[in-house]
Design a protein around this ligand. Sequence first.
Ligand code: HEM
Length: 377
Amino acid sequence: RGVVPFHGTHQAGIITPAQDRLHFAAFNMLPNVGREGLIKLLRDWTEAAALLTAGKPVGAGAAPENALLPPDDTGEALGLGAGHLTITFGLGRTLFVPADETTGEDPYGIRHRLPAAFEPLPSFAFDLLDATQSGGDLCVQACADDPQIAVHAIRNLSRIAAGRAHLAWSQLGFGRTASTSREQDTPRNLFGFKDGTANVMAQDTRALNRDIWVGSEAPGWMQGGSYLVARKIQMTIETWDRASLGEQERIIGRTKIEGGPLSGGTEFEAPDFSAERGGAPAIDVEAHVRLAHPENNGGVQMLRRGYNYVDGSNGLGQLGAGLFFICFQKTPETFVTVQRSLKPDLLNEYIRHIASGLWAIPGGIRQGEFVAQALFD
Ligand code: HEM
């Protein structure tokens, strides 16, 4: 019960109906691990992920026959079941090309396999990125119904990586901020607005094939894959909470309670950007949904799958709150296009992007294979 299949055409955790909890982690390779060491790590991770997502402990379990040995599995998820756990693996650009591109180094022998689309993200207006929480050679997105299940997965994968890769940074998220299936109700972000209304959903096969899944134009290991962009976006909720309801709605371009577009209608009514009210555009020219909408971005779409977060509070009595924004798209260029369009966004007064990452998400994993296996053929 509560098991999401691990093997398939695409990795789980993308169009899987968004679970409520996230533990996202980035890893950096240790020096001198080499190609065989990386392959072994991906093999071990794949094997462990297949067990974890089935609700089973890793390795020989939490109780080894020899009580003088530490258990393979750390034990805190025993009895909790699978909880719809999905584990999605990603490869960072630095795995292919070292951060200093001029050195010609190629520790894993994959530099020539770097996909043409896999360019680093440019810097954007208002970026205030913390390098210690950004990037990474590898990423693991663990989503589940129960935070203990997601944390257990990252903890055990991190343990398995010992001596080969180390945990660089990680982020906990609660409260999904997107629906990825028409069977789900639209959740709300910490500004109190419905988030995910106009998302690409699991049922939108045409949009998925056109804008989310990498197709046959890419190398085999990326086919059926995608690119994951993560942005940690701090929200100054105390300032937001002092804005009037009318102002909040003008900024987003939708009503707060129902989530309908300000051009009229209920939640799933298409926005009409030409509609006017009192001689002015019904949806402000700098409203978030107008700027982010495909109509304003050459028709491109992304699949959003973010989570709310609160990392404690500061000495001024403000919550360290925000959105751990995650999106998937066929090419990183999609995110770049939309994020550039958001430069005049009215929302920018209330948010700050404080961390960032981009990873190639290899296609689905077949039984008996390991993630990105074809990359090493
Ligand atoms: C739509 C909130 C950041 C892309 C929306 C909606 C809300 C929202 C309330 C309307 C409901 C919906 O269709 O989901 C936020 C907040 C953000 C944020 C609070 C930051 C804290 C971003 C970023 C991007 C983005 C960084 C991409 C670069 C989109 C897109 C839509 C959308 C593509 C759908 C627009 C449409 O087609 O109507 N967002 N968003 N958002 N947002 Fe954001």
